[in-house]
Design a protein around this ligand. Structure first.
Ligand code: IMP
Length: 484
């Protein structure tokens, strides 16, 4: 029953998609457990670039069942657009399953996100304007719509009749924006439900069944630890829990079912949006990282703020995620810098502090205390063995590993999956012998039960009925049943 969580140790954009991609051969199921279309995974496969926002990166492999878990907030239109994009590029989408309990990002959430940010002018969070915060707020307020609600037009209308007047009042009276029309909203949401019906199921049951069968389940976090609602740099955070614990609440696994947590980090730091960032660089080195590292947001295209690696929050991130090993990405981007700095403590109000402060105000006053390392000139793109790294690069990786206190097992030196150094074996997992696994020929398509297929949507499903798993009837799972 192995379950691996892949979690970002910084402010997101650490390259978690590549980690999933690298492990894909052994994995039967990939589960997204939080966030929404604020995230962006870029995966380079065979020279082709795929940018995904909602669908887990495992979708590119026919043997993997991609799951959007209950902890995700789903913009149904984004999901439909992403499914269409994948199909147009020859990627099968009929295996994708979406939790019936996942909350729906409605158009009023998107409008409110933008309006609330505009009102904070000068003090804004710098959100992605995707409606993430308002959707999670409605979930906590217990007035949210869940994916299962999209399948029940009458109940859907009743819920919208209750919630929409309140949303419209805020939009119109507080923000001076136009209201949403109830009938139009019900029609749009019903259409989403109609088109997504085959994908909407009880995903916790699927995850638990996979684990009971001894399949390897990978739970994929979006964003990163420092954007975590509880442990991040509040209020400059996202509205969910990217940390590994979020995989339990949002992915449907119990804490003791997770036996591996791979923390993913870059060899330097980036941040998108507002909030304190002690090691930020506004100079030529920052520009080197931005340009050479292509540090532009996958979702918004915004420039990422760039800086030196900060080991102060690293210690916190390793602890709160129970990280068992680390994947270090983008080491190649540091080539050509005369020296490399690593922040090991802060000086705050004249005191040296080694703990990451939970107060944003304190963090905003933190001055980094750096250790300086020799740089290297060599291009690392072709390096495949640790021994072939320049001495200075090895020294830097060793220092990061020492500060983290857990092994750095994998080092990435380029976007492609082969541009990878397997440095150490991962604890609790079979040794890979220092070789990046090639993806085996796809196993027979695995299909998990879906809802009954209503007429007229066969084009969304491909050959769903060809090869049911477990002897269960494909399309036989809980037809039309809505969550309570
Ligand atoms: P929200 O998640 O759109 O509400 O944005 C809250 C904060 O999280 C902002 O600073 C965003 O820039 C940041 N954020 C959200 N998603 C990502 C991501 O995938 N990568 C990096 N930053 C993100």
């Amino acid at each position: 029953m192995p379950a691996t969580v892949v979690v970002g140790l910084q402010w997101g954009d650490e390259g978690k998609g590549k980690t999933t991609d690298l492990l894909a051969e052994s994995v039967a199921m990939v589960v997204r457990y939080q966030g929404g279309d604020n995230a962006g995974h870029t995966i380079v496969l065979g020279g082709e670039v795929f940018k995904l926002h909602l669908v887990p990166s495992g979708v590119l492999y026919p043997h993997i069942t991609p799951i959007i878990g209950n902890g995700v907030v789903v913009n149904p239109q984004t999901l439909l657009d992403e499914l269409a994009m994948l199909r147009s590029r020859g990627v099968a989408t009929e295996r994708i399953r979406v939790s019936e309990s996942a909350h729906v990002i409605m158009p009023y959430h998107v409008a409110l996100d933008g309006a609330m940010e505009a009102r904070l002018a000068g003090d804004e969070i710098g959100t992605t304007h995707r409606g993430i915060g308002p959707a999670y707020a409605d979930r906590a307020w217990r007035v949210g719509l869940r994916m299962a609600d999209l399948l029940e037009p009458d109940a859907l209308r009743a819920k919208l009749e209750r919630v929409l007047p309140e949303k419209n009042a805020v939009l119109v009276q507080t923000h001076g924006l136009p209201p949403f029309d109830l009938d139009e909203m019900v029609a749009r949401a019903t259409e989403w439900g109609h088109r997504l019906r085959p994908h909407i199921v009880d995903t916790t049951a699927l995850v638990q069944r996979a684990l009971a069968q001894g399949r390897h389940v990978l739970l994929e976090g979006a964003q990163g630890t420092l954007l975590d609602l509880d442990h991040g740099t509040y209020p400059y955070v996202t509205s969910s829990n990217p940390i590994a614990g979020g995989a339990c609440t949002g992915g449907g696994v119990g804490p003791l079912q997770v036996d591996e947590v791979i923390g993913v980090m870059k060899a330097y730091a980036t941040r998108v949006g507002s909030g304190p960032f002690p090691t930020e660089l506004g100079d030529d080195i920052g520009r080197h990282l931005l340009e050479k590292g292509h540090e532009f947001g996958t979702t918004t295209g915004r420039r990422r703020r760039c800086g030196w690696f900060d080991a102060v929050p690293l210690r916190l991130a390793v602890a709160v995620n129970s990280v068992t090993s680390i994947m270090l990405n983008k080491l190649d981007i540091l080539s050509g810098l005369p020296e490399i700095r690593l922040c090991v403590a802060y000086r705050i109000d004249g005191r040296v502090v080694e703990e990451f402060p939970s107060s944003g105000d304190l963090l905003a006053r933190a001055e980094p205390v750096y250790e300086t390392f020799a740089g290297w000139e060599e291009d690392l793109g072709g390096v495949r063995r640790e021994a072939d790294l320049p001495r200075a690069a090895r020294g830097y990786v060793d220092a990061l590993e020492h500060l983290a206190g857990v092994p750095i097992s994998i080092v990435s030196v380029g976007a492609d999956r082969t541009a990878t150094i397997l440095r150490r074996d991962r604890p609790h997992r079979p040794a890979l012998g220092g070789v990046v696994p090639s993806i085996a020929p796809p196993a027979a398509l695995e299909l998990w039960p879906s809802r009954e297929e209503p007429a007229g949507i066969a084009e969304d499903r491909g050959s769903e009925d060809d090869d049911p798993v477990d002897g269960g009837p494909a399309g036989g799972g809980d037809p039309g049943g809505a969550a309570s």
